[in-house]
Design a protein around this ligand. Structure first.
Ligand code: FE
Length: 433
């Protein structure tokens, strides 16, 4: 089973990545940043976790306000570095752990945390500024990453209490993963800072020290605080420290802090810390029970022949093809596809198998591959095929055979709108069937 080997806290700030990329270790203004990360890097070197589950917030780089979610778990196979305006930092992509992330996602949902899930989104300095200090890549990264993005920028945001409880659920989720995996939890954010308005530049080093004390010894008090209380003490943006409580919640009630540093070079109080976890491993019986809870909702569905619930595993596996078909909702993209499908396949980097499935309109094959039905109906609308044609083909029947199974055999339809113009199959119902 997977085990939590400890918790790491590290502030994130563009200054950290900037200092590292410009090699400012010997500059007295920047040296304390490097020194504060050194013991944590040494700890990671020694403990060698397989996976870092890293809690961070995106800074409106890869998550925008068209759809802003509270807790988004990264289930993808790789994570690129985001361009935040001046080009991406020169760091390689880091591998994800889709199987572990999917299990954690299922377990959290079963525990009534309604997560959102993301993949194929680059991660910004909220993740990579501490990460590149914690385990700098030598060609490649020494660890896999499962990011957990928390939406802390557009109020309402999750309460501190909810973050703490999510951490407790995270522990149950991690410890019920059947494979032996050493997981370190990393929480990023803060400490005190405010970067907007007339109060920009606000810091409170006294509160930062108190926060670090309470975090170790009395997290319950921190969990009870409101966002306004955090903002008053540590600045509005400093309220992002509630993310630390996710890590704290996943650890034992008692922890040992084996390293703690604090430095305020400019705008943000930068802290790093290591917390040893004293949690006893769950018994074999508890593990079995937890695993069963995580799998309970879809247990038995595999026996339904001809049904393929769209799971995170299918979503990750068939992302490229689903994405290609989804892009057809853009009129220019579908016009280009209709004019030259092979060129469209090439631009999207589809594999030969994926191209073949689309070329042959192999509706059943597409479902087996991992495409969700709602992409099939979009492709159908683009190429002038009704939903009923698709249903029939998936069942291995002719259209007429399938129509005979419907109460109104002549009812043909698709999601096509005004672009589709005349549809060959759209006849008055008296003529049909
Ligand atoms: Fe931040």
């Amino acid at each position: 089973m997977a085990t939590i080997i400890g918790g790491i806290a590290a502030s994130h700030s563009p200054t950290i990545g900037f200092a590292q990329d410009r090699n400012k270790r010997s500059d007295p203004a920047w040296a304390p940043i490097f020194e504060s990360f050194d013991p944590v890097r040494a700890w990671l070197d020694e403990k060698k976790p397989d996976v870092l589950l890293l809690v961070y917030n995106d800074h409106v780089t890869s998550f925008f306000f068209d759809h802003y979610s509270a807790f988004a778990l990264g289930v993808g196979a790789r994570w690129d570095v985001a361009d935040e305006g001046g080009g991406a930092r020169d760091l390689p992509a880091i591998g994800g752990h889709p199987a572990f992330a999917a299990h954690v996602g299922r377990a959290l949902m079963a525990d009534e945390f309604d997560m959102s899930f993301f993949q194929q989104r680059p991660l910004d300095h909220g993740c990579f500024s501490p990460l590149s200090m914690l385990c700098p890549p030598q060609g490649e990264w020494p660890v896999k990453l499962v990011p957990l993005q928390v939406g802390v920028l557009q109020f309402p945001i999750p309460t501190a209490r909810r973050c703490y409880k999510l951490g407790q659920a995270l522990r149950r989720a991690i410890e019920s993963y059947p494979e032996p995996l050493r997981v370190a939890l990393v929480a990023t954010g803060g400490l005190s800072h405010q970067v907007h308005g007339e109060r920009a530049g606000f810091n409170n080093t006294e509160w930062d020290q108190q926060f670090l004390d309470l975090f170790e010894q009395d997290p319950e008090r921190l969990a009870a605080m409101s966002h306004a209380e955090y903002a008053a003490l540590g600045g509005v943006e400093g309220a992002e420290v509630i993310m630390w409580l996710i890590m704290r919640g996943a650890l034992s009630a008692q922890v040992r802090c084996t390293h703690r540093s604090y430095y305020l070079p400019s705008m943000t109080g930068i802290a790093t810390a290591i917390y040893e976890n004293f949690a006893a491993a769950p018994s074999a019986a508890e593990q079995v029970r937890r695993q069963a809870v995580a799998e309970a909702q879809l247990a038995g569905a595999e026996a339904l022949s001809g049904a393929y619930p769209f799971t995170l595993e299918r979503s990750v596996k068939a992302y490229r093809l689903n994405h290609f078909l989804h892009a057809l909702i853009d009129p220019a993209v579908r016009a280009a596809f209709l004019a030259d499908p092979e060129a469209a396949f090439e631009r999207a980097g589809l594999t030969e198998q994926e191209r073949d499935l689309v070329r042959r309109r192999d509706w059943r094959g597409l479902i087996h591959y991992g495409v969700i039905f709602f992409m099939l109906e979009k492709l159908g609308a683009v190429v002038g095929v009704s939903n009923l044609h698709i249903y029939a083909a998936m069942r291995g029947e002719t259209l007429e055979q399938f129509q005979r199974t419907r109460n109104q055999p002549g009812a043909l339809y698709s999601v096509a709108g005004h672009d589709a113009k005349e549809l060959a199959w759209d006849r008055p119902s008296t003529e049909a069937a």
